[in-house]
Design a binder for this molecule. Structure first.
Ligand SMILES: C[S@@+](CC[C@H](N)C(=O)[O-])C[C@H]1O[C@@H](n2cnc3c(N)ncnc32)[C@H](O)[C@@H]1O
Length: 450
């Protein structure tokens, strides 16, 4: 097999990144935008030792699961790599990912629920974070081509709230008008690296964050005056990121105008969110995810609850009124401040959040003999650490409710809890990210009776 070769392929599977999978002369070929059941004439783009990448030249047999999309770039860039597949099939794809991981781990008897669909299939994201680069002599916003930093200009991001897309385009036009340079990552020069826009579904307020190479730039006063005039924009923040790095946000924020936090609501609890704090991006699906997790926890009024990887306290503060106490752990200092302030804002007095790494704080609590009834964990994609798992089990909770955004680390961690006397019999996928291959899932671990 060689680059630019044209071959006919039968697509038999979808990869975790939602590329069509085919086999050809002992090689696995990943074909962008292809769907199982399709026969495609494909052009080979890159050849590795045992696998290759290809793109469709001609669709010979089309799958009935394919849907027409407005922009091929959504799938090609990886912004919405499932957008060409019917929504019910996307839900099946996500469930299958969990089923396959369980099979690999010889846990075939664990039940996998059907994926809980999102109330909105598009336009559900309450936040957009888009790169700003110069393309053909002009400042553009868009999305990087898969596995690259080549910007594909876009103004319709499909998965973000259309109100956010409107503001992104308006800010782009203001930056163009005042000739603010886009960031040049090769030379670490220029100015605006990313545009970050967040919208509260509860209040309609929007916060604009300009991620910049410098703390200030000559055009900033004029740019700020014009951004203030965009309807519904309530604050502007300059995030200072001077480093040559792929990390999007720098460590310092300067409030240019408006309120330093956005106010949103989940169920009947209000939340103020700082720019550095994590907040679930699918506003309508989040309360459904939490409801499922809370129902599975079967909380009792006398329960002592731990909310680990708590962000701004969304899970703990949602359950605080129904339990004895909530103790939360979160590594981002601003998020912890938000969590404790959010407790006050909602007149919740039995919840307290601390700053630190969950894998360091939990062993200390276990050491002190802290009594815990229920632990909620909601870690980032890399999952839990052995130190956290051991300490969590040591506090002897009745239940550990695991909310995960990566089924591979979820299954790995569940097996570790099993070794420590916890059992589980069901995983429930929840679609927080329609049109993308990301899978969220909830599992409850119960202490086995000794
Ligand atoms: C997936 S988010 C969940 C946040 C929150 N539970 C929610 O639903 O909004 C994971 C959170 O874990 C935090 N985090 C990452 N690594 C951590 C660690 N080692 N210890 C504690 N928190 C951590 C992140 O800052 C983020 O707020």
């Amino acid at each position: 097999m060689e680059k630019n070769q044209i071959i006919d392929l039968e697509i038999t599977d979808l990869s975790y990144e939602a590329m069509g999978v085919a086999h050809y002369e002992g090689m696995t070929v990943f074909v962008t935008s292809a769907i199982p059941g399709e026969i495609v004439r494909a052009k080979i783009l890159k050849v590795k030792k045992t696998f290759a990448f290809a793109k469709i030249e001609e669709l010979i047999k089309e799958s009935p699961d394919r849907v027409k999309i407005e922009l091929n770039q959504w799938v090609q860039t990886g912004l919405a790599s499932l957008a060409h597949i019917k929504y019910n099939k996307q839900l099946e794809f996500k469930r299958n990912q969990v089923v396959n991981l369980l099979k690999k781990a010889h846990l075939d008897d664990v039940q996998v629920g059907s994926t809980l669909p999102s109330p909105e299939e598009t336009g559900y994201r309450n936040k957009a974070q888009v790169p700003v680069r110069e393309v053909a002599g002009q400042l553009e916003i868009g999305f990087f081509r898969r596995h690259s930093h080549d910007l594909v200009p876009l103004t319709n991001f499909l998965t973000t709230d259309p109100e956010i897309d409107r503001v992104l385009v308006a800010v782009r036009d203001i930056l163009r008008q005042y000739r603010v340079p886009a960031y040049d990552e090769i030379h670490n020069q220029g100015e605006v690296r990313y545009l970050d826009v967040r919208r509260s579904k509860a209040t309609g307020e929007m916060m604009v964050i300009l991620v910049c190479l410098h703390k200030d730039f000559v055009q900033l006063p004029k740019v700020a005056t014009d951004i203030k005039k965009i309807p519904d924009v309530t604050s502007l923040v300059l995030n200072y990121n001077p480093k040559k790095t792929n990390v999007i946000l720098g460590k310092v924020d300067y409030l240019i105008f408006g309120k330093p936090q956005l106010t949103d609501q989940i169920g009947d609890v209000k939340f103020r969110i700082s720019p550095e704090s994590f907040f679930q991006i699918n506003s309508l699906q989040t309360p459904r995810l939490y409801d499922l997790a809370i129902k599975k926890a079967n909380l009792q009024p006398e329960d002592a609850v731990v909310d680990a990887y708590s962000g701004i306290g969304t899970i703990g503060l949602t359950v605080a009124k129904h339990v004895r106490s909530v103790r939360g752990i979160e590594s981002v200092r601003d998020a912890v401040k938000d969590a404790n302030n959010n407790a006050k804002l909602n007149d919740i007095r039995n919840a307290k959040y601390v700053t630190g790494k969950a894998e360091e704080i939990m062993p200390k609590w276990a050491e002190k003999g802290m009594q815990v009834d229920i632990i909620f964990v909601d870690p980032p994609r890399k999952g839990l650490t052995p130190e956290f798992i051991e300490a969590a089990a040591k506090t002897n909770p009745k239940k550990i409710v695991y909310i995960s955004c990566n089924p591979a680390t979820l299954v790995r961690d569940l097996q570790e809890f099993q070794k420590l006397g916890y059992t589980f019999d069901q995983i429930d996928p929840v679609d927080m990210f329609p049109q993308t291959p990301h899978v969220e899932a909830v599992t409850v671990l119960e202490r086995a009776e000794k």
